[in-house]
Design a protein around this ligand. Structure first.
Ligand code: PEP
Ligand code: MN
Length: 375
């Protein structure tokens, strides 16, 4: 059960103290307080865990400071979408808004290699009006002898270049909790020229200790990749780990699944699950066409498979696209064969904009249908 308190309630107030005293007295029930800081107000939510079936919703609503009560029906207590649950998923980070209605492209290098290529990437993004990007500094690799990423050494110049070209949010994978400190140090050293969205890779989706560490910090939002060989429920529970530790600014990324059914694509594209995740949870949903398709194969009409699947995810309501680009894919240190090139950037962005426009029109069509045909 979730108690939604009156906005901006003071946790030092007599009202709040009386509420907590009452909750402390409930047998077999533990409670945990979460604060959600929005742009206008701070919302306080109290999660009741244990034998909540015995609690009466009306009694709970009558407690001091309580505005609304939600009976949680599913396992994703914080991030789930429960019955009568109108809570918004929106959050703001470094001037950028994320929600199940927003839309952003995070194009960039799978792995940072040198300042020239990073600068070429950021410059191209700025020329095309983009304020977000992807940049991998810590690379988890299947082969221990493969390039592992430049790590903390590259962070200061990557952040400075991002700031120079107006990039506000960089999606950057971390593989160890130590990397959060390294990112914080580099941001401080360079005067916070940009922001970072911490990415948890598909190989770490069930690294519970990492999830707990990342969930305990609230400075950076998190991009959680779906695990490539586990159920959707298991991956959504991984996202809930982050939220249960205190960070509910989580974006859920679909990036394809491993199958034994052959391999026209690197992974089996799972973007049909965009609406499923939006229905089950309040998280914005990202799609990663690069790591799902993994090749530059194109259809006879000339459209790359990666662009086809991107359009499919966007027309189904995806809120974010994470995509690999590289100025010289043949020389990229990681994942060159799936990178799009700088001259493909405007084509890609226009193609994506068409799909987004089609989604918005489909949403409006659905709204009109339901308005004309009430239940
Ligand atoms: C990546 O986005 O760079 C990446 C390694 O993705 P994934 O964890 O989905 O394989
Ligand atoms: Mn990659």
């Amino acid at each position: 059960m979730i108690l939604l308190l009156e906005p901006d309630i003071d946790r030092q107030s007599e009202q709040f103290r009386r509420l907590i005293e009452h909750l402390d007295g409930l047998q077999g029930i533990n409670h945990r307080t979460h604060q959600v800081r929005g742009s206008q107000q701070t919302l306080t939510e109290i999660y009741l865990i244990g034998d909540t079936a015995a609690l009466d919703v009306d009694d709970m609503r009558a407690l001091p400071g309580v505005e609304r009560v939600i009976r949680v029906s599913d396992s994703y207590r914080v991030l789930g979408r429960h019955r009568d649950d109108q809570r918004s998923s929106e959050f703001h980070y470094n001037g950028v808004t994320f929600s199940q209605d927003s839309f952003h492209v995070f194009a960039g290098l799978c792995a940072v290699d040198n300042p020239t290529n990073v600068e070429r990437m950021f410059r191209a993004l700025q020329e095309h009006g983009q304020t977000c990007a992807r940049m991998g500094a810590y690379k988890p690799r299947t082969n221990p002898y493969s390039f592992q990423g430049h790590g903390k050494e590259c962070l200061p110049w990557v952040f400075e270049l991002a700031g120079k070209y107006g990039i506000r949010v960089l999606a950057m994978e971390i593989t160890h909790d130590r990397h959060i400190e390294e990112i914080e140090d580099a941001l401080a050293q360079t005067g916070n020229p940009t922001g970072v969205m911490l990415q948890i890779g598909t190989r770490n989706t069930q690294n519970f200790e990492l999830l707990k560490h990342v969930g305990r910090q609230t400075r950076f939002p998190v991009l959680l990749k779906r695990g490539f060989g586990i159920t959707l429920e298991e991956s959504l529970n991984a996202a809930e780990y982050l939220a249960s530790e205190g960070n509910s600014h989580v974006i859920f990324a679909l990036r394809g699944m491993k199958t034994n059914m052959g391999d026209p694509h690197r992974n089996f594209v799972d973007f049909a699950h965009v609406p499923v995740v939006k229905r089950l949870t309040r998280m914005p949903v990202c799609i990663d066409p690069s790591h799902s398709v993994g090749t530059r194969a194109a259809c006879p009409e000339g459209i790359l498979d990666m662009m086809h699947v991107t359009a499919q995810g966007v027309i189904a309501g995806a809120n974010m696209v994470l995509v690999d680009f590289h100025p010289e894919p043949a020389r990229a240190l990681v994942d060159g064969p799936q990178a799009l090139t700088m001259d493909e950037l405007p084509w890609f962005l226009q193609d994506v904009a068409l799909a987004r426009e089609a989604y918005l029109q489909r949403r409006e069509l659905s709204r009109r249908h339901h308005a004309d045909n009430p239940l």
